[in-house]
Structures are given as C-alpha cells and as structure tokens.
Design a protein around this ligand. Sequence first.
Ligand SMILES: Cc1ncc(COP(=O)(O)O)c(C=O)c1O
Length: 436
Amino acid sequence: MAGEGAAAPHVAGPIPGPRSSALSARLADVECPAFEARRDARRETSGASQSPIVLARGEGDVLVDVDGNRFVDLVAGFGALSLGHAPRAVLAAVHDVQERLPLALGDVYASEEKVLLCEALAALYPAPGARVLLGLSGADAVTAALKTAVLATNKPGVVAFHGAYHGLSHGPLAACGLLPAFREPFAAQLGDHVSFVPYPASAASLDASLAATERVLRAGKTGLVLVEPMLGRGGCVVPPAGFLRELHVLTKAHGALLAADEIWTGLGRSGAMLASVDAGVVPDLVCLGKALGAGFPISACVGSAEAFEAWGAHGGTAIHTATHFGAPPSCAAALATLSEIARLDLPARARDVGRRLVEALTENGFLVSGKGLMVGIDLESSSRSLAVARRLLGAGWLVLTGGTRGNVLTLSPALTLADGYILPFVEALVLACAEV
Ligand SMILES: Cc1ncc(COP(=O)(O)O)c(C=O)c1O
C-alpha cells in the first residue's frame, strides 16, 4: 500500500464515454427523478457537465468505468471502503459464509458469525458489559440509538446539531441539521422532539454551542444528545478540544444520554479507532456503519449496559428487528474488516497519510480542515467546488463536494491509500483550480 502499485489515472477522451452515456440515459428513464434533478441543478450552479460515469470494477484505490477509463478513488464509497475496493481478506470471509449460510434467522436463531461480531463490537466499547444492536445502514444505527435513549430515559427530546448528518430514514431525518431541505418536505411526519443547536467550528463558538445545549437540556425533556465527533458531510469540521467532554458532562448532569455518531469518524478514519474515546469521552452510545462492512451493508449501535438495560423490560415482542439484521455474510465481512484494521494499524496509517496529504495541500495554499483521512478543502463556493470536482474527474481523480454550502471538496479515501497518489493529486488539484 505504500508507494508502489499506484496505477496512474487514465481517461481516454471526454467523459462520460459512450457506454456510460447510454447506460445513464436508460437509468434516468426508470430511476426516481430526484437524482437527475440534482444533476440538472448542479449543472446550472457550476456551468460544468454533471453527466455521470457508470462504474464497472474496482480494486484498491482504483475504479474502472464501463468505457475502460481508470480513476483514482478519493471518495471510497462515501468513506465506507476503508480497506479499498474488493479487499481480498473480506471477500474471502464473505464468500465462505455466502455459500454456506446466506441468511440465518435474525434475532431468533443467530449464526456463529453474529455471535463473534457482537463480542468484537462489545469489546470495542471502552467499558465492560457493553451491548450491541446490529443494523444494515448508518441510519439504522442512529435509529437504534434514538430508541435506546427514549427507553432508557423516558424522555423523547433530542438535541442535534446544525450541519450534522445522521441518515435519512424518518428517525435520523428528524435530527438532520445539514440542510433544512432534507427535512422540509417530510416535516409533518417527523414530530417536533428535536432541538437544533450550533456545532462549534472553532474555540470562539464553543461556549455559545454548550450554552444553547444546556438551555434545551434544562427544560428536562431531552433523553439524547446526538453528536458527530467531527462533522463529515457538514464539511470535515473538527470541533475545539474539550467540546465532547463538556458536552458529555452537561448531558449526564441533565439525565440524558450522549450518542456519538461515529459512522464516518469511526474505525480508524479520524486517526483513532473511535474519535469520541480519543477525545476523552466514553459516550453512552456509539453508532458505527460505513467502514464496518468494507462495502457490505452492516451497522451497529454499541453502548453501555445501563443504557441498554431498559430494552430487557420489553418481553414478549422483539420491538426492534429486521429480516436482514445480522445476516451472516455481513457479519463475516465486519469481522474480517475489524481484523484487517487491527492487523494494518489503520488508525495510525490514517493519521500519517492524512498529515502528509494536509501538508501537501497547505503548502500549495489550500485552506484545509479535517483529521486523519477525513479531509475538507474549502473552495469558497459550491459552483467552484463542483466545477473543480468535474475537472478532476476528467483527469481521473474521483472526489465529491460537501459542507453546508457545498463549498468543500471532501476526501475520504481508503485508509490504505497508496502514498504515491498524494503529490500527483495535489498537482492535479492545482491545475484544476487554475482552469476553473
Ligand atoms: C455521520 C453519519 N451518520 C449517519 C450516516 C447515514 O449512513 P447511511 O447512509 O449508511 O444510512 C452518514 C452517512 O453519510 C454519516 O456520515
């Protein structure tokens, strides 16, 4: 993963190529129109084509489209592919189980893989006696945290943060602070139990954020404070030191639980196995997803024995379950992923490669935020960031835009990213910015 084996990007001719164009036109005819509408809006904002490529295969850091163009992937499945595309150890573990037991019987009769995974996840939690609820998506893990908190505290209120993202099924959507546009069309179905407070992007805004949180907590109706240890989709925003610790103290003092949404930061990406624990906090609940399955759908809400105790009072019916929760192939993928993260010491690698990437970017005058391999590059406006991202795609570099104003290029590459890509990427970025 270090240096050699870094295949150069290669794009032959304008993108999308003919096969991508034909396939995406067919998709646009049958898929929900939301995605084509977003592309139209982005084309209007940026003046740059947003016509999609269609992907055929991936290996490590490299993606190949159906026209044979080769891209270096600095998005890695929205941060889910921490081990890169098609990691051999995970594929082998999944293949074995897939052949033998594609589906067990959820919460009724488990597989051995589920037993081992729940043990491994409980051991990640930094206090004894931890409990685990598995899900398929990040939104499932957040939903489990929301339900756990209301059972444990009997208080339905939630504090969430402006700029935060927790997934889009109805429970997490109500707590989505990234943009009001996500919630507005569904507002009548979401209730009014969530209070939004500012996320502190700097030391100067720390007191105001904590004071706003305390004002809500004082009303006595809040059972959960839901927080990202760093804003991910919100633009790779790192809060000031002490924020999570003080937030936890406040939360406890008012009889609420603290849930750290580590779906993006967790499992090494931020440079620590858990960003919240690295910040000196043992949250009552930790939500994991994305990287947990290395591309296979699995998530988990892990928490203290006390936080989970109230679930035990609900005999008779399993009040939180789903057909595919804890499916053996996904559990096997997660077990193999956890073991690869430890074997390759990927939190340390994320710190190391992230530091070098940030250094190379800042040396070239870019305004950079983030930690580990969650890196944001502020390009001032969404029109500029979209246009630069498109130029980069044309040169064979895959990046996405993020941030509450869409002005940030967000990089979330594999934690195994080959070193040899750092400098060529920064050179391509400098060139793309000069052309836009
Ligand atoms: C911090 C955070 N929480 C939750 C989610 C939702 O995860 P999913 O898309 O798997 O539902 C995301 C997805 O980007 C995320 O970044």
